[in-house]
Ligand binder design. Structure first.
Ligand SMILES: Cc1ncc(COP(=O)(O)O)c(C=O)c1O
Length: 219
């Protein structure tokens, strides 16, 4: 399609310096099933089409890509604490991070791996002895039925106070976050080998209110 666009643009007299295919390479969010190509596989699929196309037009633009998630998605883990566990027609694990912090699952059904960070030993995965895992749905604290981070995941027995790690939140996590429901955003911590440092402090309710004004007739 871009070759055909490049041809049309060339036909009207524009000299193309580059053709930019944008982002979209992604990462294997669902580790066991996602077929994400390596850059080499991506190039092997795209470059012959691009090179044939520009040759047929008789132009020599550069080929540009804009990888987003491929570069940064797996840089970040969102840590969230379990508030409560509700056993009903299914098990709901209620955590303190909602779609104000990570909107991808609620917005477009994105999949993020979920790990119980304080229960990662072999005794929790069934590798040593009986498998104690069962299906649980991880839900946020916001008053919306869509505030679900992960549906029906096989997780070890979870109780209030456990720490859940939501993986691959480095792309479109903070940048798409909001203060919806008057929920301040969480802190961000940089980990570098054995060092860690606060990159951004957590917001407070005061941060949310500080741009608000009292209306003249309310003073
Ligand atoms: C103009 C532009 N380029 C590149 C990207 C990166 O996309 P991706 O994260 O799918 O690689 C985006 C994503 O919003 C974009 O808007």
């Amino acid at each position: 399609m871009l070759v055909s666009v490049a041809r049309d643009i060339t036909d009207i007299g524009v000299k193309l310096e580059f053709v930019d295919v944008g982002g979209g390479l992604g990462i294997p969010y669902q580790r066991s099933t996602d077929p994400i190509p390596t850059p080499a596989e991506y190039a092997a699929a795209v470059m012959p089409v691009f090179l044939d196309g520009i040759k047929s037009i008789g132009i020599k633009p550069e080929f540009w890509v804009e990888p987003g998630r491929y570069l940064v998605a797996d840089s970040t883990v969102l840590l969230t604490r379990v508030n409560s566990v509700k056993r009903s027609h299914k098990t709901f694990v209620n955590v303190d991070a909602g779609f104000n912090l990570l909107v991808r699952p609620a917005m477009y059904d994105a999949y993020h791996e979920v790990v119980v960070a304080n229960k990662t030993g072999p005794e929790y995965s069934g590798e040593s002895g009986a498998d104690t895992r069962s299906l649980a749905t991880v839900t946020g604290p916001i008053c919306e039925t869509g505030d679900i981070i992960a549906h029906d995941r096989l997780l070890p027995p979870i109780e209030s106070g456990d720490l859940i790690a939501i993986l691959d939140t480095g792309a479109y996590g903070f940048s798409m976050s909001s203060q919806y429901n008057s929920r301040p955003r969480c802190a961000e911590v940089m980990v570098n080998d054995t060092r860690e440092a606060l990159m951004r402090r957590a917001e407070t309710i005061t941060d949310i209110q500080q741009t608000m004004e009292n209306l003249p007739w309310q003073k």
